[in-house]
Ligand binder design. Structure first.
Ligand code: CTP
Length: 445
């Protein structure tokens, strides 16, 4: 029996996929189809595949050409599958011409002509979200680099107010975008906005966009006035719009898996969360203070995310110990008391400490080394070291592609809020930050 194998994502199943599978089947007697897992797709740069794995498998099955379907989960699996199933022919579309020649060592490799004029990317892009950029801060350069990895969204132009003065700390790529003279003019021609302007300007910009019926992706924190934050969240919900904070950690694959692992009880009941994020910003310290303020407003969102995800938003007590330079907190500790648990966070913009995350439970603990906010690796540790285990994941590029892909998905799937970083999480963050803004529960040293 001649066995043939082929692989693909098969997202938004189309005629090109059907033709390829039909011709692949005709190359032998038995066809094995490898369908990529969601995680594997992300790790090879496909960030917003629309259909989930089961739907994609179901669509391949429906053609009736596949005798066996396997899930492709890692680089190198093709060699393993060819050996495991005794495959004689590997085939794939001509867009991959030459790429899989290394498999000739194991079996025959045939590139079949690709069906012209159709692809999943093209279908995903056919209703692209028109995105307007607000603000010209440095982070925009990274955003522009990363948005290239996400299909279904196009930057149509940018707007920066007169307050967004030019300086060495501004985005270099802002001027490569077509610019709008007024915010209103830009809002008229987009479906969604990405706001990177300084914190002081964000609430008003967000409100205007939401009132005009535009989805919003904003740099964090989106607002440090709790009442105003609630108003903005309600406004988004009332108008069926997505309001999302661009905190990359919340959307990266490993962080979500870490939270689920802890929630599944592997370390018992969580009694303590300690999360630290410290930086010495040097020359860009003043600029950071201009954009976001001190250490808590600049970096607090990261540990607050971990604390809220693990312990919830109902704390009984919070206080802050801050070290100030020229009236600005440059290093701070945030302490929480929850029912049956405690948490603390250390953040700094002009001092350095270990930037790890430790989640302690009644059976063991999770250790996530620095930089835990770009989660790639963590360890489950127990009293009996033989039970310890290590987990590895990929964190792609600067990580902004994860939040952009989630933003696109939330809009297209018409979610009433993002599922990974929901309104409870962002309101918890805002509530805590509003206390520091009002200098409440604060001790200085
Ligand atoms: N394919 C094809 N003709 C097309 C599109 C895809 O023959 N017009 C083939 C690919 O060469 C591959 C298989 O179908 O062998 C699965 O491809 P996949 O990457 O899932 O589909 P694409 O439409 O190319 O997806 P994308 O645009 O996301 O790359």
């Amino acid at each position: 029996m001649k066995k043939v194998i082929t692989y693909g994502t098969y997202d938004l199943f189309h005629q090109g996929h059907y033709n390829l599978l039909k011709r692949a089947k005709a190359l032998g007697d038995y066809l094995i189809v490898g369908v990529t897992s969601d995680y594997f797709d992300k790790s090879r740069g496909k960030f917003n595949v629309h259909d989930d794995l089961m739907t994609r498998i179901e669509n391949v099955k429906k053609t009736g050409f596949a005798d066996k379907i396997v899930v492709e989960e890692y680089f190198g699996q093709k060699i393993d599958d060819i050996k495991k199933y005794g495959v004689q022919v590997f085939t794939v579309g001509s867009d991959w011409e030459g790429y899989f020649d290394y498999l000739r060592e194991y079996c025959q490799v045939i590139y079949l002509e690709r069906t012209k004029g159709i692809s999943s990317t093209q279908i995903r892009n056919s209703h692209s979200i028109r995105l307007g950029i607000v603000g010209n801060e440095k982070i925009l350069d990274r955003f522009i680099d990363e948005i290239k990895y996400v299909s279904g969204v196009d930057i149509v132009g940018a707007y920066a107010s007169e307050d967004d003065v030019d300086s060495q700390y501004k985005s270099e790529k802002f001027n490569t975008l077509s610019s709008y003279l007024t915010y209103e003019e830009m809002l008229d021609s987009v479906d969604a906005v990405y706001v990177n302007s300084p914190l002081s300007m964000r609430p008003a910009l967000l409100e205007k966009a939401l009132l005009c019926g535009k989805h919003v992706l904003t740099e964090f924190p989106f607002c440090t006035d709790y009442e105003k934050s609630k108003f903005l969240v309600e406004l988004a919900q009332k108008n069926h719009l997505v309001l999302m904070e661009g905190l990359k950690t919340a959307y990266c694959p490993a962080f979500g898996k870490l939270i689920s692992l802890v929630k599944s009880g592997r370390i018992g009941k969580v009694l303590s969360v300690e999360a630290n994020f410290t930086q010495i910003l040097g020359n860009s310290l003043e600029n950071q203070i201009r954009i976001s303020g001190g250490s808590i407003e600049s970096l607090g969102a990261y540990p607050l995310l971990a604390i809220c995800k693990l312990l919830g938003s109902n704390y009984k007590h919070v206080d802050f110990i801050t070290h100030k330079e020229s009236g600005v907190d440059t290093m701070s500790r945030i302490n929480f008391v929850f029912e049956g648990a405690m948490a603390s966070a250390l953040v700094a913009i002009n001092a350095k400490a270990e930037g790890d995350l430790v989640i302690s439970g009644t059976k063991g603990y999770v250790y996530v080394p620095a930089p835990w906010w770009k989660t790639e690796y963590y360890e489950l540790r127990y009293e009996d070291v033989n039970k310890n285990s290590k987990f590895f994941y990929k964190f792609e590029g600067e990580g902004l592609r994860y939040e952009i892909a989630e933003f696109v998905k939330s809009i297209k799937e018409k979610y009433d809020q993002n599922l990974l970083f929901n309104y409870e999480d962002i309101l918890f963050e805002s509530k805590v930050l509003s206390l520091i803004h009002k200098s409440r529960n604060q001790f200085t040293c």
